[in-house]
Design a binder for this molecule. Sequence first.
Ligand code: GLN
Length: 458
Amino acid sequence: RSAVEITKETLERIEALEPKLHSFLTITADGALAQARQVDAKIAAGEDIGLLEGIPIAVKDNLCTEGIRTTCGSKILENYIPPYESTVTQKLRDAGAVVVGKTNLDEFAMGSSTENSAFGLTANPWDLDRVPGGSSGGSAAAVAAEECTVALGSDTGGSIRQPASFCGVVGMKPTYGLVSRYGLVAYASSLDQIGPFGRTVEDAATLLQHIAGYDRKDATSLNVSIPDYLKSVKPNLKPKGQRRIGIIKETFGEGLDPQVERAVTASMELLQELGAEIQVVSCPRFRYGLPTYYILAPSEASANLARYDGVKYGFRAENAENLGEMYAKTRAQGFGAEVKRRIAIGTYALSAGYYDAYYLKAQKVRTLIKEDFDRAFAQVDVLVCPTAPTTAIKAGEKTDDPLSMYLLDLMTIPVNLAGLPAISLPCGFDDKGLPIGMQLIGNVLREDLLFEVAYAYE
Ligand code: GLN
């Protein structure tokens, strides 16, 4: 089939499924077809085509796309049309990928269920009454429902891996700095990373291959050479015992759904059969990740979100008497409840008199968590734990209880604090038929090892 045919089929499928799923905030049919026609022209001219050419891809709506509305799931950016393109989406376009649309997310990527979007819920394709996870819920649902082949998300505390787990797909957060953040609307800049979703490990690896790499437009971009990730995609882990896998002791026990525990434990046996040596590893300060994150991420967010004041971007409140009132009204009307909560927490944590007690303390704990990982990686090559403590929750189940919502990210957050790469992959189903996810965590820049173990397991 031609790229245009594949694109048309994909757009028809999106049209048929969207009334139920609502994975997308914007569908870019015209742009997609134009891109597909270019790919077909290349094929007709006998040119070689790359792996992503003609492949339908969805992009989280916090990545700036030139001339295409980029809302971040927020009313304050409802009509924002960026005058520039993010580095990752530019790379996709250059690689001939067909961007079919922009996906739903929790407002400014703050959330774990996509329920914080100002533009409505996204349904989990496995059970429409349940959430797809978040904040990249739209991208995860779109991949799971085959509304696209692969998708981009962003992950600050679990926003790629947790929805991948809830939707039964593969999702990866790369090493901090591996993928350029230029054009990603900032949430917590020291934690944010862009990464791939796919239905297979190979698809995720292929997408990462195309978006990774140094970018002088991102001051935290790593200037390293990018390995060929597809070389890691091979069938087994032989020779026996060469790959050491550590299961993180502290992630089991209280709060963990027994069905999730059973699936992850069974997966360890499978990895052993595949030739891995399994050890139990301790990361004693892993559990301080969550409280540390909820100081640091809101602090950075309160600074990053100061720019939305009704002057420079998008929405501006009407009927203000003076400038101060215009700022206040714009932010009061433009931001949703969770975003306001985070700005308030962050502003408080950074204020004089509290800075040392909260922000500085949290930075120190962040270093201790990183030390736990360093010690673990002196013993093993890859760490394993569940991606999330449960399978997908019902829509509305935790919306009135932010703390219990925050607990869904218990196992993904420490990875962002340490800047490490991690992948979530499906590892079974619970008795309701909902997918369970397993998380593999690697040392800095060892995405290759994660793909190797994940592919052998898959
Ligand atoms: N759920 C976490 C939060 O609400 C993580 C979000 C993310 O990774 N963007 O902040």
